[in-house]
Design a protein around this ligand. Structure first.
Ligand code: PMP
Ligand code: GLN
Length: 384
């Protein structure tokens, strides 16, 4: 393996899921739902297979899905031409990788907010670029992880090419505020940076929080590649249908990289996701409400079990401080938990370049049936 990929030999999700399976643990590690998406979406996929949509779809994605993505982005007030400004990808993961491969040169720097979703660091490395991380900062009163604007300003230098922003944020569950994103936008404009956004949890936002796409802010549409996918919105993480929206020039550039990564993918799933985007947003709203309740159920349960729980404003995830339980290292705890009490979580430190600063936090997923969450909590109570 080439040296620049040696830090990325296995993912924490694969490791923890395998451990959970081996030990029969309740898996609150890897974030995937344990119920299916909207029935009409599943039926559309089945019908697509029966109708013979089993060969290569068009390179940029099936027209119906590109149109549906374009229509969906109108909810934020942005317009994208489905023919030139939308590209369908094999999940958000490919969209992120193709964007970096197409737009970032070896030696360029890409700013990531820490903790960061694991594929970002690997994709930056595959592009031959260097990551600069800016830690999110915990509010001492609320425990919310917010954006460090001064830290971002300090991380930007002459080699900085792009800033990658994930909101709603995995693993902290933070939904960045308009003010936070305005500060990012101002720095991107000032330093003429590309912005790449990962908005896969765009619909999974709780309470009064609002998802603000960075591309909607002044000066940003022309410099932002907006990425999302169907997996989290429609409970179909295994379908790997994602997309990106940007200017014709940036989309054409990313397409050049994408066509030699996978060319295309998911032919029968693309019409199904188009159908879901067009007709199943009420289903998504019910999902959002249900996840907000699950978030509270797991937060309260973790607090009762002795964790110091951080607020989760969106996503599938809660982070919890393990120190009140007498532990100091989340990675050690996560490797022991399945065997010891039968629960799997993910240590936050693996999403960072500064494990010492983050090692007291463990991430738990709440995108599970209530009885699964309750069983996990029953087991976690044994820690005290
Ligand atoms: N970004 C974030 C923040 C994620 O949590 C995930 C995991 N679903 C992805 C990207 C990958 O998305 P996809 O499965 O569509 O590739
Ligand atoms: N996005 C999911 C998570 O954060 C898992 C994705 C994966 O397994 N690569 O848990």
């Amino acid at each position: 393996l080439v040296p620049r990929l040696r830090p990325f030999t296995s993912t924490i999700f694969a490791e923890m899921t395998a451990l959970a399976q081996r030990t029969g643990a309740v898996n609150l590690g890897q974030g995937f739902p344990d119920t299916d998406g909207p029935v009409s979406m599943l039926e559309t996929a089945k019908k697509s297979i029966d109708d013979g949509l089993n060969q290569y779809p068009p390179g940029p994605g099936t027209p119906a899905l590109r149109q549906a993505v374009s229509d969906h982005r109108k909810r934020y007030g942005t317009t994208y031409d489905p023919d030139t400004e939308v590209l369908v990808t094999v999940g958000a993961t490919e969209a992120i990788a193709a964007t970096l491969l197409a737009l970032v040169e070896p030696g360029d720097e890409v700013v990531l907010f820490e903790p960061y979703y694991d594929s970002y660091a690997a994709s930056v490395a595959m592009a031959g670029a260097t990551r600069r991380t800016v830690g999110l900062v915990e509010d001492p009163t609320t425990g919310r992880f917010g954006l460090d604007v001064d830290g971002l300003r300090a991380a930007i230098g002459p080699r900085t090419r792009a800033v990658l922003v994930n909101t709603p944020h995995n693993p902290t569950g933070t939904v960045f505020t308009r003010a936070e994103l305005e500060a990012v936008a101002a720095l991107c404009v000032e330093h003429d940076l590309l912005a790449i956004t990962d908005e896969v949890y765009e619909h999974l936002v709780f309470d009064a929080h609002e998802h603000v796409p960075l591309a909607t802010l002044p000066g940003m549409a022309e410099r932002t590649v907006t990425i999302s996918s169907a997996g989290k919105t429609f409970n179909c993480t295994g379908w790997k249908i994602g997309w990106l929206c940007s200017t014709p020039e940036l989309v054409a550039a990313v397409k050049a990289a994408k066509q030699f990564l996978t060319f295309v993918g998911g032919a029968p799933f693309q019409p199904a996701v188009a159908h879901a985007l067009n007709h199943e947003l009420a289903w998504v709203e019910a999902l959002r409400t249900s996840l907000a309740t699950k978030r509270s159920r797991l937060s309260e349960g973790l607090a009762e079990a002795g964790f110091a729980v951080r607020p989760s404003e969106g996503t599938y995830f809660i982070t919890a401080d393990v120190r009140p339980l007498g532990f100091t290292d989340g990675a050690e705890l996560c490797r022991a938990l399945p065997e010891r009490i039968g629960v799997a979580g993910v240590p936050v430190q693996v999403f960072t370049d500064h494990p010492d600063q983050w090692k007291h936090l463990v991430r738990f997923a709440f995108c599970k049936k209530d009885e699964v969450l309750d069983e996990a909590l029953r087991r976690l109570h044994k820690l005290t």
